[in-house]
Each structure stands twice: as structure tokens, then as C-alpha cells.
Design a protein around this ligand. Structure first.
Ligand SMILES: [Ca+2]
Ligand SMILES: [Ca+2]
Ligand SMILES: [Ca+2]
Ligand SMILES: [Ca+2]
Length: 254
């Protein structure tokens, strides 16, 4: 019994497999996640306090910007993230509490989502054990929290056999962004995986997964939280697996 416990404890916590459920009913991309979020992968609210106690925490890359007169960190940035898929598409959603919406970048370039409020899902399809930084199989699907949805606000960073860090607008996508009070927003996106990765997803596929949520709030680069990984090296990303449909959270009958 004791030996079993030791084996379990020797596995790094982020080796836990993130199971991404398949959706079996249609998604309306309208900025309201209600028709699918209960059946998506979702592991609760994330903020800097929770990230601070995660196995991948690094204070240099998981921090929020200090401008003076800040609200408590929980009001600076907190979010729920949703991820699911079907035979062709990847579904991405987020419900975000943010004190300031900042989508202005003094040195704007289309690829500079990371200098603006943005959420980016990094995936490696399929997962391997080679350290790569946006090499072949690595994709970032990024969304700037700009309700005007300029062309660069949906962005695709990827690699291929010979190139790293290919940067281009993400065109094979439908997405919606609904702004709330302050910098709050809801994001809903449907990414065509056949067009972006060249592969139709199926149950049992193994992916790498990291979520990067940037929150400069008027400052320069560097205010962000990262989930399940430690940056651009895909070998630090979490281990995700595509699984069949999952039921909604069960509640105790009255
Ligand atoms: Ca919807
Ligand atoms: Ca903020
Ligand atoms: Ca790799
Ligand atoms: Ca912000």
C-alpha cells in the first residue's frame, strides 16, 4: 500500500492527463457558452493565487502588473477556461474577470497579441517528447480581447518541418467576444483543426496543452498567467488526451 503511494507521489503533478471531452451537439458561436460549457474540459476558476500553488509556477512568468492603486489580485485577473472538440473543430471558451481592458499596444504589430489582453491556447498535435519551440505540430490559437475583432485579433502561431514561429492571422475560425463591465469578457471560438493542423481529431489522440492569458492593463509585456506549462518549450506543456463525451457535473438528488 505504502509503495503504491510513493509511486503516485513521484509523478509530477502536471503529468496528470487533461481529458478533453468530445461534444455531440452543435455550438452556436455567439459569445454565450451555455450550450456546451457543462460538457467541456473545465477545472474551475484560475487566478494568481491558484497558479502560485501549481507545479509549473514561476514568479518570473506568472505575475500581474503593478500600476499602483491596484485592486486585490483576485479582481485583477480571474478566469474559467473551457476546451472541447468534435470530429473537425476545437472549441475554446473563457469567462474572464479583469479590471481593465487593454488592447492598445504602442508598438503594435499584428503578431503582438502578447502585448494586449489576450488568451492563447498552445497545443502540440500530436504530442511528442522532443523539446520544440513552435516547431512542427505546435500551434497557438490566440484571441485578443478586442470586441471590434480586427483581423489580427484571432492569431495563429505555428511551425512546420523547416520553420519555427510562423505568424499568421487565424482564418479557419469562427469566434465571438462579449464585453462586460470593466475589462470583463466572454470568449467563444470554434477552430477548424483540419485546416489548421492538417488532422481530424479522434478519441485517444494525445496532445500537449498550455493556456497563456496576458493582462498588461496598460503596462508593457510580462503581466500574465500561464496554465499547465512553463512557456514556449512544448515539452513543458501539459499532457492532454481527447476523450469521449462527458456527462454534466452530477448533483445530489433532493
Ligand atoms: Ca454559444
Ligand atoms: Ca487585469
Ligand atoms: Ca515536442
Ligand atoms: Ca486587462
Amino acid at each position: 500500500m505504502l509503495r503504491c503511494l510513493c509511486v503516485v507521489l513521484s509523478v509530477p503533478l502536471w503529468a496528470q492527463v487533461l481529458e478533453l471531452p468530445k461534444l455531440t451537439s452543435a455550438v452556436q458561436v455567439d459569445g454565450d457558452l451555455k450550450e456546451w460549457k457543462e460538457r467541456a474540459f473545465h477545472d474551475g476558476v484560475w487566478d494568481i493565487y491558484r497558479v502560485r500553488h501549481s507545479p509549473w509556477f514561476d514568479p518570473k512568468i506568472n505575475r500581474l502588473t503593478q500600476h499602483g492603486n491596484e485592486p486585490p489580485p483576485a479582481e485583477d485577473l480571474a478566469a474559467r477556461y473551457y476546451t472541447a472538440w468534435d470530429d473537425r473543430y476545437l472549441y475554446l471558451g473563457a469567462e474572464v474577470i479583469d479590471n481593465v481592458n487593454d488592447v492598445d499596444d504602442p508598438a503594435h504589430e499584428p503578431k503582438r497579441w502578447y502585448f494586449k489582453d489576450a488568451i492563447c491556447w498552445f497545443v502540440e498535435v500530436p504530442r511528442d517528447t522532443v523539446n520544440e519551440r513552435f516547431g512542427e505540430g505546435d500551434h497557438a490559437f490566440c484571441f485578443v480581447a478586442d470586441a471590434r475583432r480586427p483581423g489580427y485579433a484571432a492569431w495563429h502561431r505555428l511551425g512546420d518541418k523547416t520553420r519555427n514561429y510562423i505568424e499568421e492571422p487565424l482564418k479557419a475560425v469562427e469566434w465571438a467576444l462579449k464585453r462586460g463591465a470593466n475589462g470583463n469578457f466572454v470568449l467563444e471560438a470554434k477552430v477548424d483543426l483540419v485546416k489548421t493542423t492538417g488532422r481530424a481529431p479522434k478519441i485517444g489522440d494525445e496532445w500537449g496543452l498550455e493556456i497563456v492569458h496576458t493582462d498588461p492593463d496598460g503596462g508593457g509585456y510580462g503581466g500574465h498567467i500561464i496554465l499547465y506549462g512553463k512557456g514556449d518549450d512544448d515539452n513543458t506543456w501539459g499532457h492532454a488526451r481527447l476523450v469521449g463525451p462527458q456527462p454534466e457535473v452530477e448533483r445530489k438528488p433532493e
